[in-house]
Design a protein around this ligand. Structure first.
Ligand code: RAM
Length: 363
């Protein structure tokens, strides 16, 4: 074996010296420790690896003006801090979608350490996410999926099947299982919205007897933008004078529909996925008898813990793996309905007059 030289030799000789310091006092009552040793000790300290800069994890949201996305980031950044990493927020100024790929490419060039993304359009993102993966940058999707091959794992707020089917079941109860209703979504390409609408249509079709007196007049699209969603609501009220309910699986669309109906004084109800802090007046007035969601901050937090585990090599995203997620506890990777893998946060929560005053303070 080669004799150690240089810093390693000095480290070894100092180590022997320090061991003698421990042994000798028991024999000779003390240990000479002179300036040469101090220099050698400082040498060891100076050869210690400099403290590595913290990892930087980027969250690419659908639209930085969407309050739901800001709450995703709040949880994401808190969890990054808990893991000693830096958080970066990025995203288009609207949900038009085209800028997300450009933003991902810029983050790849910046060599961020990991990327989490809520997709506007999974097809449009594929090439840029493949560039990230090719550079060794771990990628997860959260809230809205990208293709399984473009991510290590998806962070799923709740089962898309449960969300879609529960929204139709709730719509049926609210409108007395008869009359005209419309769905107000965002865009046909948004992965989470498309999955929820698919399951809404499945529920209505699979149980056609139960819903035989309900007529779905349209699936309308408000782009996850308040004004566009409000305009779509006004158009639905004009085009379908017998409309009894609008169900909106988007926090922006649900708030826009509720506020537009209230302003127009129309006798139409709403339900869907909403932020309690947005919807409290409409829950209390009965315009929205009840609605559903999950805590977006927890979705963001779970994504950050997953990215950190991927970056540190304690997670690959394979089904069956367990990831530590702080206050959320340990979460398991399970198969997702798109053929990939996901980590599911939990089930949707229901918000109604009995609990809205509590939850509006939370998110
Ligand atoms: C909108 C977005 C988001 C969705 C929520 C419920 O803010 O479409 O992706 O999860 O609504």
């Amino acid at each position: 074996m080669n004799k150690p030289t240089g810093a390693l030799a000095r480290i070894n000789s100092l180590r022997r010296f320090l061991i003698l310091c421990i042994i000798l006092p028991n024999i000779f009552g003390g240990c000479a420790y002179n300036s040469t040793d101090r220099e050698q000790l400082s040498l060891i300290q100076s050869t210690d690896a400099p403290t590595a800069p913290p990892f930087t994890y980027a969250l690419v949201v659908k639209d930085i003006t969407n309050p739901y996305m800001i709450r995703l980031y709040e949880g994401f950044s808190d969890a990054c801090e808990a893991r000693g990493a830096r958080a970066r927020l990025a995203g288009p100024g609207d949900s038009g979608g085209s800028d997300q790929a450009q933003i991902v490419r810029a983050l790849v060039e910046e060599a961020v350490d990991a990327i989490a993304i809520a997709a506007n359009d999974s097809d449009a993102l594929s090439e840029s996410l493949q560039q990230a993966i090719a550079r060794g940058i771990p990628v997860v999707s959260l809230d809205s999926t990208v293709r399984p091959q473009d991510r290590m794992v998806h962070i799923q707020q709740a089962s898309p099947e449960i969300i879609g089917r529960v929204l139709i079941q709730a719509s049926a109860v609210i409108m007395g299982q008869k009359g005209d209703f419309a769905i107000l979504s965002t865009t046909p390409a948004m992965p989470n919205q498309a999955a929820w609408v698919k399951w809404m249509l499945y529920e209505q079709g699979a149980y056609s007897d139960k819903y035989r007196d309900m007529r779905l007049v349209e699936v309308a699209y408000g782009l996850d933008a308040f004004e566009a969603s409000a305009e779509e609501t006004r158009r639905l009220l004009r085009d379908w004078p017998e409309l009894k309910l609008i169900v909106a699986p988007t926090v922006v669309g649900l708030r826009a529909a509720a506020e537009t109906i209230a302003r127009e004084g129309a006798d139409v109800k709403v339900t869907g996925l909403g932020l309690p802090s947005d919807m409290e007046p409409h829950i209390k007035s009965g315009l929205c008898p009840w609605m559903y969601l999950w805590n977006p901050s927890e979705v963001g937090s779970l994504a950050a813990y997953a990215l950190d585990a991927l970056k540190r090599g304690t997670l690959t995203g394979a089904v069956g793996e367990i990831v530590y997620a702080g206050e959320l506890g340990d979460k398991v990777v399970t198969p997702s309905e798109d053929g990939g893998a996901e980590i599911v946060l939990g089930n949707p929560k229901m918000f109604d007059p009995t609990n809205i005053m509590l939850w509006k303070e939370v998110f």
